[in-house]
Design a protein around this ligand. Structure first.
Ligand SMILES: NC(=O)c1ccc[n+]([C@@H]2O[C@H](COP(=O)([O-])OP(=O)(O)OC[C@H]3O[C@@H](n4cnc5c(N)ncnc54)[C@H](OP(=O)(O)O)[C@@H]3O)[C@@H](O)[C@H]2O)c1
Length: 252
């Protein structure tokens, strides 16, 4: 058996098993399977690897993308620069960490950045990144690469530039791109949305939610109500999964 899987704390929301099972079937890979492994703590990873010696790769999700790093044997340079791992390749007894959220978010962000500034204006677009975890690090990396100034919103002063109580309508008006990298609004808490002064949104805003289940979150619905462009997390999910599969298939 050639086994792959996903590690995270709660995986009821995950589409990965279904996605990769279809990828394997399409490629005629009958001996491949993809499993969901809920870990109570990242310290359970070594026992999991021992229990399943046929594991060839893992995806990593909330809340272990940063915590997994000290347990790995090596890091791809991009994952090291981002400071978060969402894909692990297991080969020759070694676990190497990669980050494919960067490629996923870049595919989503690159085409929209130009349209965030007013035509002819020299004022560059600004962004607000909600949350400071693993996915936030990938988003921040891409925004830096694209030359977009941004602030991180966190529940703690230590991890972010702003705390939630500091977000007023002026900040919202200034930041035309708002990216939710928190799990707020994710299944089953579908009635929740990040606490923002949504009334300050306009048709000049773009709201991106990395949450993909449900496809239209409460956060995005608030955006639509105020004429903003909205983008859900499914496109990014598919792109980062495609990149992970590419890494696992590479012969190195
Ligand atoms: N579409 C995709 O391809 C894709 C890719 C990656 C992630 N995601 C989604 O993005 C979300 C985050 O994933 P992750 O791996 O980055 O998780 P993570 O490492 O646990 O980070 C989430 C961050 O959100 C903030 N947060 C958590 N609970 C919160 C709450 N109740 N209220 C406000 N802020 C809260 C925290 O930041 P502070 O401690 O600073 O407040 C936390 O560090 C998940 O829903 C995941 O499914 C989607």
């Amino acid at each position: 058996m050639v086994r792959y899987g996903l590690i995270g704390r709660k995986l009821g929301h995950s589409f990965s098993k279904d996605h990769f099972t279809k990828v394997f079937a399409k490629a005629g890979l009958k001996d491949h399977r993809y499993d969901l492994f809920e870990l109570g703590g990242i310290g359970e990873l070594p026992a999991l690897l021992q229990k399943y010696p046929d594991l060839h790769g893992l995806n990593v999700t909330i809340p272990y993308k940063e915590a997994v790093i000290p347990l790995l044997d090596g890091l791809d340079p991009l994952a090291a620069a981002v400071g978060a791992v969402n894909t692990i390749k297991i080969a020759n007894g070694r676990c190497t960490g990669y980050n494919t959220d960067v490629a996923g978010f870049k595919a989503l962000a690159e085409p929209i950045i130009g349209s965030l500034s007013d035509a002819g204006s020299s004022i560059k677009a600004r962004a607000l990144v909600l949350g400071s975890g693993g996915a936030s690090r990938a988003v921040a990396y891409v925004l830096r690469e694209l030359g977009v100034r941004f602030r991180i919103v966190s529940r703690s002063r230590e991890r972010g530039d702003l705390t939630w109580d500091m977000i007023d309508p002026t900040i919202i008006r200034l930041c035309r791109l708002i990216v939710n990298t928190t799990p707020v609004g994710m299944h089953p808490q579908v009635d929740e949305a990040p606490p923002l002064p949504y009334a300050a949104l306009s048709s000049k805003h773009t709201l991106v939610d990395l949450v993909y289940n449900p496809p239209e979150t409460k956060f995005l619905m608030h955006g639509l109500e105020h004429g903003a462009r909205t983008i859900g997390g499914m496109g990014m999910l598919l792109k980062q999964a495609e990149e992970a599969w590419h890494i696992w298939r590479e012969d190195k």
